[in-house]
Design a protein around this ligand. Sequence first.
Ligand SMILES: C[S@@+](CC[C@H](N)C(=O)[O-])C[C@H]1O[C@@H](n2cnc3c(N)ncnc32)[C@H](O)[C@@H]1O
Length: 241
Amino acid sequence: MNLLLHSQKRSKVPGDSKQMINARQAFLENGHYMPLAGELTHFVTSHLRAKDELDMLRLLDLGCGEGYYLNQISENLNEENINYCGIDISKAAVQKAAKRKLIANFAVASTYNIPCLDNEVDVVMQVFAPCNTNEVSRVVKPCGHWLHVQPGPEHLFEMKQLVYDSPAMHVQEVPETIEFEVIDQKSLKYTFNLLGKADRLALLEMTPFYWSISEVKKQILLEKLTSATANFVITRLKKAS
Ligand SMILES: C[S@@+](CC[C@H](N)C(=O)[O-])C[C@H]1O[C@@H](n2cnc3c(N)ncnc32)[C@H](O)[C@@H]1O
């Protein structure tokens, strides 16, 4: 699958900041979200098994950031029958993704205007990134799948407890579309330890908190946040035939 490269108007989004991108890469490379990469690999493996051996599986990551999850899947599977593609609105993130060893097509593009032909993709993956349901529906093949990952209710709750007096749980959303049906939904929850001040700073910088809380609160987080809960809700949807 070739991404259809045409120039798209880029909007300034918080995820665009180089500082945030560097922080996310440093944090992810410490392995804290590896269990999620394992779950995504597991889903992709089950799609591979269902396919004809000679067919390429076309996997597209929407809002791929620095390509961490595609890279992990490719390392876990060591499988040549997958065509890896990723798009992100952030040029700096895509440049980092493109520098990985992984053989993949990456493009700077919006998930609201996906540079793919209609009915071209077997599996769309979307981890903590915005998208347009109609666009996903347009590019996914009939009977193709959509792996939608959002923060679960308790995701990084310890951080919120240090920031807010009455922290709220994340609210769950399921993509609403008549063209896809929800096959299953899985909650993944575990606690991970932060590996020191640099790791804590990376986590802080990759979240919107870094841009919104006071210096005092930042220092409290950097001193006290020694572990946190990772909570992901993975919804698998299937497009109608
Ligand atoms: C929270 S980050 C997640 C990145 C990656 N999926 C991960 O989990 O490591 C959200 C990503 O969505 C990207 N993004 C935001 N709006 C976008 C849009 N309209 N089209 C494409 N990417 C977008 C940001 O640049 C950022 O890389």
